[in-house]
Design a protein around this ligand. Structure first.
Ligand code: FES
Ligand SMILES: [Fe+2]
Length: 357
């Protein structure tokens, strides 16, 4: 295990909970990006995520704070804060403190999950969390053809020593499929589109014994929105859709969440709950993902990596794409000036730089 040299503050959308974990009126403490935060759901159902400390005298809103209507009420002196983190009521004064605001993060709920937008420069979101049932060009009604992923279709690992970029690199890493996922052949990429902050990677893959690249009639599509959020859809095999989400907790660790949708078996169309068949398939998909997690959570980021000839193009494209999400990043920022063509990224993490100096 090794501390990643990559910044743990890349810009993007990050899953901080599943929607069902936050009922109306709930106030939940959490820690992401080395900050104490609270997430709460208002009476009308809107989720907000704030830095945890009240702007009045600094009480932690997660310890005794409560929801009243559309506001979060501090346990210490009863000041009320709206969904934007604005003070809207001081119970013992005529007027609120209009100038004071608790840092709040843009929130969306999508694909059964709660996502926050994190950006060190506080820019508004400039891309979206892709929708599981429209991002692949499907009819949204296709959701009916899948068992509900909640509960039973999720995996949660807390504070693993890995980085969101490792998980994204998995998508261009054709060689690992044979060794980590026991595929009979190495997948071939049919699409690598890294033109924008949302990238698209598609490949041909099969799991059954004896399949070859020539005979395989199955594959995976993936949509990657920044480094923290991706969704995949399989075709030609057991219908499944997955959503890996990796969220930095502090300088060393990330929470990993994984959600799995399995296509319903004929005869089970009217069920929404996960059946025995659905659970078996879910567990198989989760097992494959966990095989990756075992590698990622112990790996040391290799930079520049010793890439084989065939690996060079995909990894270089992925790493160059990733640079844009790092603080201060643009298409050139962070590139090793001695080898700009390599796509290798100069360590951006100050303590890692110091440690390796
Ligand atoms: S510290 Fe929150 S109201 Fe005083
Ligand atoms: Fe993998």
């Amino acid at each position: 295990m090794a501390q990643t040299p990559l910044s743990m503050e890349p810009t993007g959308w990050y899953q901080v909970a599943w929607s069902h974990e936050l009922a109306v009126g709930d106030v939940r403490t959490m820690k992401y990006f080395s900050r104490d935060m609270v997430a709460w759901r208002s009476a009308s159902g809107k989720v907000s995520v704030f830095d945890a400390y009240c702007e009045h005298l600094g009480a932690h809103l997660g310890y005794g704070g409560h929801v009243e209507g559309e506001n979060l009420v501090c346990p210490f002196h009863g000041w009320e804060w709206n969904d934007k983190g604005r003070n809207v009521c001081i119970p013992y004064e005529k007027r609120p403190n209009k100038g004071r605001r608790i840092r709040s993060y843009p929130v969306v709920e999508h694909n059964h999950a709660v996502w926050i937008w994190f950006d060190t420069a506080s820019r508004p979101p400039y891309f979206e969390v892709p929708d599981m049932f429209t991002a692949f060009g499907d009819d949204p009604a296709d959701a009916e053809n899948y068992y509900a992923p909640i509960p039973g279709g999720t995996l949660f690992h807390e504070q693993l020593e890995l980085h969101p970029q490792y998980v994204m690199e998995n998508g261009v890493d054709f060689a690992h499929f044979k060794f980590v996922h026991q595929t009979p052949f190495m997948p071939e990429f049919t699409r690598h589109d890294f033109a924008g902050p949302v990238s698209y990677v598609d490949f041909t893959i099969a799991f059954e014994e004896g399949a070859t690249l020539e005979t395989a009639a199955s594959g995976v599509y993936s949509v990657n929105a920044g480094l923290g959020c991706s969704i995949t859809k399989s075709w030609g095999m057991v219908e499944n859709r997955t959503m890996p989400a990796v969220t930095p907790v502090d300088d060393r660790t990330c929470d990993v969440r994984f959600t799995v949708w399995i296509g319903k078996k004929p005869g089970e169309e009217s069920t929404t709950e996960l059946t025995k068949y659905g659970k078996t398939m879910t567990d198989l998909v989760i097992e494959q993902f966990d095989n990756d997690v075992e590698i990622w959570s112990h790996q040391r980021y290799s930079d520049p990596p010793a890439l084989s000839q065939r690996e060079f193009k995909g990894f270089t494209a992925l790493r160059n794409w990733a640079v844009q999400f790092y603080p201060g990043g643009d298409s050139a920022y962070g590139r090793d000036p001695a080898h700009p063509e390599s796509g290798a990224i100069v360590p951006l993490h100050p303590s890692a730089t110091a440690a390796s100096a």
